[in-house]
Each structure stands twice: as structure tokens, then as C-alpha cells.
Design a protein around this ligand. Structure first.
Ligand code: NAD
Length: 376
């Protein structure tokens, strides 16, 4: 199978590695050829390391590398069966690329986008053949994160989602089908993990260190919200939050945080700028959080209740199947458990009461419950 990948940045090169590893011929195009060279050089290092660790043979490594063909123009994609776009997150630029691509590939070629936040339906509607267009959303780093969200738009041909599910399984991935809603499954349900944590710190209820410690120790999350925001990039996380908020017509549930905006303005972006909520310079001093059992319990219950409420609302709206909602959070963002199962374990009534208390305290729509939560 011939796979075209547009954009050879973080996601494009990762997806190229996944496709080549499963035996596909990969055509890789980027307007910036220096980026393609750089990405291929780092892929070579990744493959060498896999050989050293005896995860793959040196023949397999050469085979994978040899299957990825850097292209100097989009015309080289003419025999592709599937094209995955992973360029800059800008609707106008993506649309232009798809329109050019449609002039090159055959009518049978499937065209897809790895967009995190742009509506699949809106991208497809600019194409001559919108029925062949679908969202295929990988998670970073693509070779390591098993989840792939498959998102058919309103105009996508029936059964194309199942076809892509089968293909992703062949590529060794865990695919889930999601409705074309802002944030799809993961980026929608995960919003309160960051948003509520930021709110707690903004209100001086706890420090970032305490929130992270509470979520790690009581929730078994691998990373706390602030550590994770520093890793993702505070600017990137803020931008996703703003998009989801605007795309849900300014639903207060998803309202972004002023603190995050200020951090973003100050270019305190996290690990990549060596300073975010934490410092990452060599002689940075890590302050131990002041442990407080009662406070930790309140923090954990508040954040987990908001997350479970989102998962229940996604279930009510059938954004994805229950199984997909559970898998998505575990395989896309490493949550220790599925949120629906977690709700059952803590007790849905307790979650509902927690949210009701917060709602009455703040008198804010942000804390409204899914109507399904009250019935569970
Ligand atoms: N980085 C993530 O964690 C992540 C996760 C899931 C999805 N995504 C999505 O994947 C896409 C790519 O993200 P990324 O992080 O890999 O970005 P990136 O900045 O690392 O790479 C984007 C690449 O696209 C190239 N490009 C820009 N315009 C182009 C054009 N017109 N034609 C061809 N190439 C062009 C750039 O030169 C760059 O190399 C975005 O839509 C993003 O929302 C990103």
C-alpha cells in the first residue's frame, strides 16, 4: 500500500515510521525540505537505538528506513492509496493543500487529516470529493502511543471509518471511532484535568506541586496536570483549550484560565523553554510539596469528578462507544483507568454529590452535571 504523508514534523515522521514498519511504501513531503532531512536523521537514530536494544534486526531497520521516500513535490503522491496530512494546524493552509492534492491523486485515494482540533466536516466540505475524506488522529509520539481516533465527518462515505479501523489494527494501533465534535474524545474529556487544576491554583487553594502530588498519589496518574502541561507545552495546551472553548460556542465548562494565558504570554512554556510551572535548568531546586491529606483528597475528588462527568456526557451524547471512551483515555493519554469504570468504583452518586456541592458553592454553569450522571 502506498501512503503519502504531508508534513515531516513531529507527527508526520512518527506516522511515517508506523506505516513503514508495517510494510507500507511511504512518500513524505514537506515544504521545508530541511525539516524532512532533519526528521529522517533523527528517525535513523531511533532505529539504530532499536537495533542496539535488540527490539528489531538491522535488516528490519534498513527496510523501514528504505521504505520512506522523501519527495520534493506533491506530484510524487500520484500513486498513493491513502494520504495523511500532518502540517501546521491552520484550516486555510490545510484546505489549500487538499485542493492541490485532489488534482494529483486518483479518485480512489483516501485523504485524511491528523488535525487535533479542526472540524473534519469543515475540511472535507472544501473538497471536490468530500466522501473520501476522514480524520485519522494519532497521539504524540505516534510510534509509541497506541491510540488512533478515526473521525468520519458528516460527508464521509459510510464504512470508510471501519476500513480505517482495520488498517490501523494492521499498523498495530488501537483505533476508536469518534464523532466529529471539538476535541473528539481525548482532547474533550481531558480538558478538566488541566482546567480544574489551574483553577485550584488560581484560587490559592493549593500549589502546582500539591495538585500534582495529589493526582499522582491518590489517582495513580503518571504525571500531575502541571507536569503534563509543562511537557506538552503551555502554549500548545492553551491553544487547544481556546479552540475547544470557542468551538463549543463558549460553553463555560471549557473556559480557559487566565493563569495559563499569562504563562503563555510570558513564554514560560514548560520544558521547551526550561521554565513553566517548574524549572528545568541544571541547578533548578525542586521544592517538596507540603503534604496535606484532607486537601489532597479534596483536590483529587474535584478533578476526578469533573473528568468522570465529561466521560459520562460523552457517553450520553454517543461521541463514542463506552469501550472507546474507556480505551481512549488509557491508550491516548495514559490514564491509569477508564473514567466510566472509575466512576463506578468511586460511586456515581458520590461524583454527582461532589459536583452538586461545587455547583452550589460557585453558582457557575461550569460545574453543571451531565443529566445522565444523576441517573447512574
Ligand atoms: N504535536 C502533537 O502533539 C500533535 C498530536 C496530535 C495531532 N497533532 C496535529 O498534527 C499536525 C502536525 O503537528 P506537528 O506537531 O507534527 O507540527 P510540526 O510543526 O512539528 O510539523 C508541521 C510540518 O508541516 C510543514 N508544513 C507547513 N505547511 C506545509 C504545507 N503547506 N505543505 C507541506 N508541509 C507543510 C512544516 O514545515 C512542518 O515541518 C497538526 O495538525 C497538529 O494539530 C499534533
Amino acid at each position: 500500500m502506498n501512503i503519502g504523508i504531508i508534513g515531516s514534523g513531529t507527527m508526520g515522521i512518527g506516522i511515517a515510521q508506523v506505516a513503514a514498519t508495517s510494510g507500507c511504501e511511504v512518500f513524505l513531503y514537506d515544504t521545508n525540505s530541511a525539516q524532512t532531512e532533519k526528521s529522517l536523521a533523527s528517525l535513523k537514530k531511533v532505529l539504530d537505538r532499536l537495533v542496539e536494544k535488540e527490539k528489531i534486526s538491522s535488516e528490519k531497520s534498513s527496510d523501514i528506513f528504505g521504505k520512506i521516500k522523501p519527495c520534493s513535490e506533491l506530484k510524487d503522491f500520484k500513486d498513493c492509496d491513502l494520504v495523511i496530512e500532518a502540517i501546521i494546524e491552520n484550516k486555510e493552509i490545510k484546505t489549500k493543500v487538499f485542493q492541490n492534492l485532489e488534482e494529483i491523486v486518483s479518485e480512489k485515494c483516501i485523504i485524511s487529516s491528523n488535525t487535533s482540533s479542526i472540524s473534519i466536516t469543515s475540511l472535507s466540505s472544501e473538497l471536490k470529493n468530500p466522501e473520501r475524506f476522514i480524520g485519522i488522529h494519532f497521539f504524540n509520539p505516534a510510534p509509541l502511543m497506541p491510540l488512533v481516533e478515526i473521525i468520519p465527518g458528516l460527508l464521509t462515505e459510510k464504512d470508510l471509518d471501519e476500513e480505517m479501523v482495520s488498517l490501523m489494527k494492521l499498523w498495530g494501533k488501537i483505533p476508536v471511532i469518534a464523532k466529529d465534535v471539538p476535541g473528539f474524545i481525548v482532547n474533550r474529556i481531558a480538558r478538566p484535568f488541566y482546567g480544574e487544576a489551574l483553577r485550584i491554583v488560581e484560587e490559592n487553594i493549593a500549589t502546582p506541586e500539591q495538585v500534582d502530588d495529589a493526582m499522582r498519589t491518590l489517582g495513580n496518574f503518571k504525571m500531575g496536570p502541571f507536569e503534563l502541561m509543562d511537557l506538552i507545552g503551555i502554549d500548545v495546551n492553551f491553544s487547544v483549550t481556546k479552540t475547544v472553548y470557542a468551538d463549543y460556542f463558549y460553553d463555560p465548562k471549557y473556559k480557559p484560565s487566565l493563569l495559563q494565558q499569562r504563562m503563555s504570554e510570558a513564554k514560560l512554556h514548560g520544558r521547551k523553554t526550561a521554565k513553566g510551572f517548574y524549572e528545568y535548568s541544571e541547578n533548578a531546586i525542586k521544592t517538596a510539596p507540603e503534604k496535606d491529606e484532607k486537601l489532597y483528597g479534596e483536590i483529587f475528588l474535584r478533578i476526578i469528578s469533573m473528568l468522570i462527568n465529561e466521560a459520562v456526557e460523552a457517553k450520553r451524547l454517543k461521541i463514542a462507544s463506552d469501550e472507546a471512551i474507556e480505551l481512549a483515555m488509557q491508550k491516548g493519554v495514559n490514564y491509569p483507568k477508564g473514567l466510566l469504570a472509575w466512576g463506578k468504583e468511586i460511586g456515581y452518586q458520590k461524583i454527582s454529590e461532589t459536583l452538586q456541592n461545587i455547583y452550589e458553592t460557585y453558582q457557575e454553569e461550569r460545574y453543571r452535571q451531565s443529566i445522565l450522571l444523576r441517573q447512574m
